[in-house]
Ligand binder design. Sequence first.
Ligand code: 6YU
Length: 502
Amino acid sequence: MASGVNAKVVVVGCGISGIAAAQKLVKAGFHHVRILEATSRCGGRVKTGKFGDNIVEIGANWIHGPSEENPVFRLARQYGLLEPEALTPENQAVDIGGHPPWVPNIFSSSGQKLKAEDVYPALEMFAELLDESSEFQNQKGEPCASVGDFIRTQVKQRAAEKWKDVDVATRSLRLCVISNMLKVECCVNGAHSMNEVGLGAFGQYKTLPGLDCTFPGGYEGLIKNLMLELPDGLVTYNWPVRCIYWNNSEKRENPVMVECDGGERIIADHVIVTVPLGYLKRHHSTLFHPPLPLHKLHSIQRLGFGTNNKIFVEFDVPWWDAQCEVIHLVWEDEDAMVDQVPDTQRSWIKKLFGFTVLRPTERYGHVLCGWIAGHESEYMETLSEQEVTQAITQLIRRFTGNPTITPRRILRSQWFHDPWTCGSYSHLGKGCSEQDLDNMMEPLPPKGSQSQSMEVLFAGEATHPCYFSTVHGALLTGWREADRLISYYSSINPAEALKSKL
Ligand code: 6YU
């Protein structure tokens, strides 16, 4: 490792993956590590904000699968950031397969609170089909290209058999419930429509045991604690990277040169790129010189990166049940099982599947978090806060049948228009396979090149083979790329390492 500790490493991006990479390298003794961050803050898509007197999560919300195998859970426990309940063995043992068993309230667009027995068969069928959608991985010959197509085709067949004795109105209502569940899945997957989520690789995403939990003091507590492990001054803020010159044809002393927006140039032995997939999709052609190899570029294009936004809404008094944890809004004109609205500008609000209830009430007051994915969500970002408030107010009045309900205030996220993120998180699009994630994480120069000098490495949520789209996935990719460099230097002897730097 003698030469490794002197290697100059530049990490692009100070989200959880960039922080994790730097932390591991610093711990291993690398003392020329720096992070270049485009914005004025650390944390990236882990972002805690203020809403009145309370905190809310603008980005990541839960630890998905808080149990021993989850490194975010282990760190949060170590830093003392979780509530006692989240630490219990019972909580860690619950295996919910990524879908927490929340107590729902379901309202319809004609202002009715729906009866459980009318809608539960639809929820059950949907859950069954989601499970089945995960079973085509590595099998080839999946019956449809997308999860959306598969679910719609199967629901039509199964409804005709199973619900043949059910009256027409109830059957139609159940199909509308399926529409609502497709919109929920658009949020979960960060996709515009489930027609864009590939069926063949859907089972690639893995869940961990544990009942999803939140950070009572905010997710950013995790970031703050990790940052304390880094030396002062390691991060340079407001420093966007414009171009990474690799494959040194100018015979510079160091193989990589990083050019920043202000024109500054920084030389390095290794660069770890952690920018979001959305940013890569938009800027890959200017961010790398020479351009990325085609197989990597094609994977960047094939993988999906969509928008999922939150709209926090506060009320003076609750209009939902005391036990309710999630509110679904079912449109009664959607028995065609749709998860896209026909006219975005006029009816974008129909894409909002409903709300989760912020708990405990003693901490948050009566606050709901609305969820909206896709192009409709991107359009919502362009509206004024007043226009969004008006649309939300009308929606709630309609679904509750109560024309007096008035929100006290709202706050929404705008991830698509964040120039350094360009959306929310990644999913596997149609035609994607495990190979695309392998291509994403492959360092440059690529396999088969003469040089194996690890000039440019790739971390970030969209490079994790099975935990993409999550904080724990992102964290693990940072550690993975740090380990790649650590083992690179321990595998070459000091003399060779020196040669590779000349
Ligand atoms: C999770 C959750 N969660 C909700 C919402 C969002 C996300 N996630 P970063 O972007 O953090 O860092 C990159 C940095 O690079 C950044 O600071 C940039 O400013 C910087 N940068 C960019 N360009 C640059 C340049 N040119 N130069 C310099 N710097 C530059 N994850 O575990 N629990 O509840 C949620 C949620 C609204 C937006 C989430 C959640 C995703 C995580 O937030 C995200 O993965 C990580 O924070 C990313 O870290 P990073 O370091 O990679 O990038 C079957 C199947 C299903 C599949 N999905 C199921 C799981 C569902 C995921 N659920 C999400 C749900 C919510 C609600």
